[in-house]
Write a protein that binds this ligand. Structure first.
Ligand code: AHR
Length: 503
């Protein structure tokens, strides 16, 4: 069997495992909100109309932050439409997704949902059709304790205490010509700076995310970040990055190697931010909020919004069904995000429910897990302490997009308090099992506590509402420790977690 040698050392610390790496995203898009998290007629719905079975799975997924309310949606959104008595809220055209927004869920409902889910809310302001004043009004509504126009309105609506939202996105994908109120880098850089400056006057404690490019494939990628950060550097904390991957024309090998692109993307944005830092003689460093990432088959019919006179409420949109290979890629993208924990300080799996999502619902009916649920949940649960860089010497896998890449990619986390070590690894070979051989000399006395592998002889295997269990990771009986080395067999197209602890 082919072998990949992995060296781990407690001294190779990249940085802390950041809880915010395990964020997600709820957008008013398709059935993410309506019939997703919110379904008042459902047997498990609570007094706010939120599904209890969905909340249970959100907690099981281990999500830490949730970005809201968009996405493209936010660029035409009037947040005031979503507050106050539900019967008085307007219905509006949502131009981003050619849908009707009933405004039954707004900021107060979302904050209540986030508290129930145990997640940190991450809000986005509309810098497409709106500007500084409306962003300030929303911030006042959310974070000012009382005694002003909007804070008193919040109290009237039942929230005595401020929500104290820390993370705020300054618009969404403003470089994209599809964005309502799309701007040039100069226009956006100015607006984001002035919005940030004014928001900090209201609440100096906010953390602000300025929009980077909507993908590394944008013609303006790099230059957009340079221009926007040159303007906004001192006023913001993070720059956003968005990336979606999919298997194109049956090219499984390139698809499995998607993390090579994510690595390059993160390193390019960090390099651009550091160049602006040097040129502007700034002291602080800008970190990355990778606040949209996932597998998304954008060319499938499910991704096309309705058209013409049809403006449905909560249409079926972007409801991708994920297979085993998709889950392996999601697991490998998490490895990339963890590997860059020194620069990626927050990330959001896009999205959470029904829309390119780990959790699926039937309106009024069952809830079920997609394949991608598992690598996310297991990584969020078992990555603790510090991220360790691992040196991997692996056989190569040829790819059309990236040339030869190591068939095995891995990262480790180490909890210095308990001594626990977690290894996360993918085998990107499309054909061969690879033996993992881990040098554990720096960690004497460890034993395998649990080893789980997600794979299937048929990598196109997907979960359904009738059977979402058979794609779940299974115990990997080959994982053992002997003579200071951990070994395990990784099947082709697989993702694994190996947990080690002191004997
Ligand atoms: O997540 C789906 C969409 O992808 C978001 O609305 C947008 O920001 C991105 O282009």
């Amino acid at each position: 069997m082919l072998t990949a040698t992995v060296t781990v050392d407690p001294a190779f610390v990249v940085g802390p495992v950041r809880p915010r790496t395990f964020g997600s995203f709820v957008e008013h898009l398709g059935r993410c909100v309506y019939t997703g998290i919110h379904d008042p007629g459902h047997p498990t719905a609570d007094e706010d109309g939120f599904r209890g079975d969905v909340l249970d799975l959100v907690r099981e997924l281990g999500v830490t932050t949730v970005r809201y309310p968009g996405g493209n949606f936010v660029s035409g959104y009037r947040w005031e439409d979503g507050i106050g008595p539900r019967g008085e809220r307007p219905r509006r055209l949502d131009l981003a997704w050619h849908s009707t927004e009933p405004n039954l869920v707004g900021v107060d409902e979302f904050m209540r949902w986030a508290a129930k889910a145990g997640v940190e809310p991450m809000m986005a302001v509309n810098l497409g059709t709106r500007g500084v004043q409306e962003a300030l009004d929303l911030l006042e509504y959310c974070n000012v304790p009382g005694g002003t126009r909007w804070s008193d309105e919040r109290r009237k609506n039942g929230a005595e205490d401020p929500y104290r939202v820390k993370m705020w996105c300054l618009g969404n994908e403003m470089d994209g010509p599809w964005q309502i109120g799309h701007k040039t880098a100069h226009e956006y850089g100015r607006l984001a700076t002035e919005t940030a400056r004014a928001m900090r006057m209201v609440d100096p404690g906010v953390e602000l995310v300025v929009c980077g490019s909507s993908s590394s494939q944008m013609p303006t990628f790099g230059e957009w970040e340079r221009v926007v950060l040159t303007e906004a550097y001192e006023h913001v904390d993070h720059v956003s990055a968005h990336a979606y991957y999919w298997e194109e024309d049956g090219d499984l090998a390139s698809f499995l190697a998607s993390a090579v692109d994510m690595d390059h993307f993160v390193e390019s944005v960090a390099a651009t931010a550091d160049a602006v830092r040097a040129a502007g003689k700034h002291a602080k460093r800008i970190s990355i909020s990778f606040d949209e990432w996932n597998v998304w088959y954008q060319r499938r019919a499910e991704s096309r919004p309705p058209s013409g006179d049809d403006w449905p409420v909560a249409p079926v949109l972007l409801e991708d069904r994920y297979n085993v290979a998709d889950a392996v890629v999601v697991g490998s993208l998490l490895i990339s995000l963890l590997r860059h924990t020194d620069r990626v300080h927050a990330a959001s799996l896009a999205q959470l429910v029904n829309v390119i999502a780990p959790i699926m619902t039937e309106p009024g009916g069952r809830v079920w897990k997609q394949t991608i649920f598992h690598p996310f949940a297991l990584t969020a649960r078992h990555a603790h302490g510090e991220v360790l860089h691992v040196a991997v010497d692996a056989p190569v896998q040829g790819t059309a997009k990236f040339g030869e890449v190591p068939a095995v990619d891995a990262v480790a986390t180490h909890d210095p308090e308990t001594g626990d070590l977690t290894l996360l690894a993918v085998n990107r070979s499309t054909t061969d099992a690879v033996g993992l051989d881990v040098d554990l000399r720096g960690f004497p006395g460890l034993r395998v506590v649990e080893a789980l592998t997600l794979s299937n002889p048929d990598h196109t295997w997907s979960a359904t509402a009738d059977d979402d269990a058979s794609v779940a990771p299974r115990p990997n009986a080959s994982a053992t420790v002997a003579d200071g080395r951990a070994t395990a067999e990784l099947p082709p197209v697989s993702w694994s977690v190996v947990r080690l602890a002191r004997a």
